[in-house]
Structures are given as structure tokens and as C-alpha cells.
Design a protein around this ligand. Structure first.
Ligand code: HEC
Length: 115
């Protein structure tokens, strides 16, 4: 009984970790749902942009550390994500997958919420 309980708890833990990883969606399912800043946009920027756009000397003077900064730069960011050649961000590529770019675009269209 005791062992069963432990196995059960371990399973819950694993499921939790698995679910946390799923939070950055890989397939776009439409703009109908509200895109979460904390669960989708912030991790996206953290994983793909933050390394070069963090203090103390952010690339191109574009600092992307919090909601206000990301919201301020959002339009330029979207253009850079969809650009090619030297203009493409992440700089040096590869480009983000289309689904992530679409999520970012939805977040802008929905008013760049801090949710
Ligand atoms: C490998 C480093 C690196 C990564 C990763 C990176 N950038 Fe940049 N970024 C730069 C550099 C260097 C510049 C300044 C030179 C330039 O404009 O090309 C820049 C400039 C920019 C600019 C200003 C462009 C303009 O209009 O002048 C934006 C916006 C930007 N990055 C957004 C992003 C976004 C969004 C991501 C993630 C998807 C990202 N960057 C990831 C290096 C990086």
C-alpha cells in the first residue's frame, strides 16, 4: 500500500513536469483563446531572445526583460521574427516556427495583455 502511494506520487510529479513543459505550444490552434503572457510569450522570449537582449548591454539596445519592455518593442519584434537575412531575429537564425510567431501576433492583436 505504501509503495503504491509512492509510485502514485511519483507519477503525479512526472505528469506535472511534463505539463509544465507543454506550456509553450508547438502547434497553432487559432487566435480564439487568449494568449498568456506568463505561460507562452515570456518563455518564448526567454528561450529565443533573452540571451542577447538582456542587461547590461542588450543587442541593438533592445532590452527584453519584462512585460513593459516586450510590449513596447512588440511590433518591431514581430517584424524581426518574420524578416530574412540580416534582419531576422533570432539573429543568425533559424527563424522561430510559424506557430510561435502566430502566437506572438495573437498576443499583440489581443492587446499585449500582462496575463
Ligand atoms: C544571437 C543574438 C541575438 C538573439 C538570440 C536575438 N537577437 Fe535581436 N538583435 C541582435 C543584435 C546583434 C541586434 C542589433 C543589430 C541588428 O539590428 O541587427 C538585434 C536587434 C534586434 C531588434 C531591433 C531591430 C531593429 O529594428 O533595429 C529587435 C526588435 C530584436 N533584435 C528582436 C529580437 C527578438 C524578438 C529575438 C527573439 C526571437 C531576438 N531579437 C533574438 C541579436 C540577437
Amino acid at each position: 500500500m505504501r509503495t503504491n502511494k509512492r509510485v502514485f506520487l511519483a507519477l503525479i510529479l512526472i505528469l506535472n513536469v511534463a505539463c509544465t513543459k507543454e506550456k509553450v505550444p508547438t502547434e497553432f490552434s487559432g487566435c480564439s483563446d487568449t494568449v498568456s503572457f506568463s505561460e507562452v510569450i515570456a518563455p518564448l522570449i526567454q528561450a529565443n531572445c533573452y540571451d542577447c537582449h538582456k542587461p547590461p548591454s542588450p543587442a541593438g539596445n533592445v532590452l527584453l526583460t519584462n512585460h513593459i519592455e516586450i510590449a513596447d518593442e512588440a511590433n518591431r519584434m514581430l517584424i524581426a521574427m518574420q524578416a530574412s537575412g540580416d534582419e531576422l531575429m533570432p539573429s543568425g537564425g533559424p527563424a522561430l516556427n510559424d506557430s510561435l510567431i502566430q502566437y506572438f501576433q495573437c498576443w499583440i492583436l489581443q492587446g499585449k495583455l500582462d496575463n
